[in-house]
Design a protein around this ligand. Structure first.
Ligand code: NDP
Length: 328
């Protein structure tokens, strides 16, 4: 028997989440069983702990889109008992039972061996948010971004993606400008390496002029919506924006002028279906390029029983940095 956060749906379609003791035979199909040590809370988890947001297929459900732990049993040659592993994406925690439990059963294809230099707790301080931030930085590098050409903008800076992106970019030698709607997080963002704080209201306005002063040498955008549209017109010639999130909306009320007159690139970033080789490279880069002391500053510890409350908070944009859930 082990503990899991179970989300149930009643006859009226209302969901409720509680920690319950369940037996191993209730785990879904999979060829590797993992003793989960840590998980985390992403925006999607907030949806899956609550009403589901159309992501959860069947109830009862165990959410948790990320986990890290130790392999307990494996029918796959790539993994043996005792191996440390991390999982993000593949719709685990949505379509398949996830990491908010002391045990998880998954397909070996979905796992990544934990890179040297990262333990399971720090891997979950990174989680999907940090992994995606790394993918965004790598995409910007692949499109020519190098330090020394001006500030790189990070939107939604005090959130999970934004915090990790800020710390990685600063470590790599970039000037980082963080956009936040929470002025009280300025000291936190500076401690992660941001050199400039931009107030959300300054930049979160409808596009009035398709081109503004060339300001940013790159951008990791967790917000989308009007903010992304505005940022496109502020990019320096030939630079790129990595579109990661939609915390501010899914619409993109922009013009194509920055693409045509300034050669700006808009790069799409997906972490869920990212193929294995790219995942491995990103986790290795995280182990080498994300300072662990900065990651420690982002961590807010939590337990399984805190999750219903934290799920509601992340949906309201009230979480700072990275929540790390000790499931044991
Ligand atoms: P968080 O909630 O931790 O951070 C989002 C941040 O965005 C907030 O902290 C806030 O930052 C800012 N924000 C929130 N609401 C608004 C708003 N209305 N207007 C402008 N800014 C706002 O979430 P994550 O960092 O985990 O995820 C960020 C986004 O990225 C989400 O949309 C998520 O779904 C998406 N995502 C996409 C992935 C992919 O594979 N493409 C993977 C992971 C996440 P501040 O307080 O500093 O202003």
């Amino acid at each position: 028997m082990f503990n899991a956060l179970i989300v149930e749906k009643d006859e009226d379609g209302k969901t409720s989440a509680s920690v319950q003791e369940i037996s191993e035979d209730r785990l879904p199909d999979g060829n590797v069983t993992v003793a989960v040590e840590y998980s985390t809370v992403n925006y999607k988890d907030g949806l899956c702990i609550g009403p589901g947001g159309g992501l959860v297929r069947n109830y009862p459900h165990v959410p948790g889109i990320d986990f890290a732990g130790t392999v307990e049993t494996s029918d796959d040659d790539r993994y043996a008992p005792g191996d440390k592993v991390v999982l993000t994406g593949w719709r685990v925690g949505e379509a398949h039972w996830g990491g908010y439990a002391q045990k998880a059963k998954v397909r070996a294809d979905w796992l990544v061996p934990l890179p040297k230099g990262l333990d399971t707790r720090h891997a979950m301080a990174v989680g999907t948010a940090g992994f995606t931030a790394m993918l965004a930085v790598m995409a910007l590098e692949d499109h020519g971004m190098t330090p020394g050409h001006g500030p790189v903008l990070v939107t939604g800076a005090a959130g999970g993606v934004g915090s990790v992106a800020t710390a990685i970019l600063a470590k790599l030698g970039y000037e980082v400008a963080g956009v936040t709607g929470r002025p009280e997080t300025a000291d936190y963002l500076k401690s992660l390496g941001a050199t400039q704080i931009v107030a959300r209201d300054e930049i979160n306005e409808t596009v009035k002029r398709p081109l503004e002063a060339e300001t940013w040498a790159g951008c990791v955008d967790a917000v989308g919506g009007e903010m992304l549209a505005r940022v496109l017109g502020q990019m320096k010639y030939g630079t790129s924006v990595a579109a990661v999130g939609l915390a501010g909306g899914a619409a993109l009320p922009a013009t194509v002028i920055p693409f045509l007159l300034r050669g700006v690139n808009l790069l799409g970033i997906d972490s869920v279906m990212k193929p294995y080789e790219g995942r491995l490279r990103a986790w290795e880069r995280i182990a080498s390029d994300l300072p662990m002391d900065k990651l420690d500053e982002m961590i807010q510890p939590a337990t399984l029983s805190d999750l219903p409350d934290l799920g509601a908070k992340i949906l309201k944009g009230q979480v700072k940095g990275r929540l790390v859930v000790d499931v044991n």
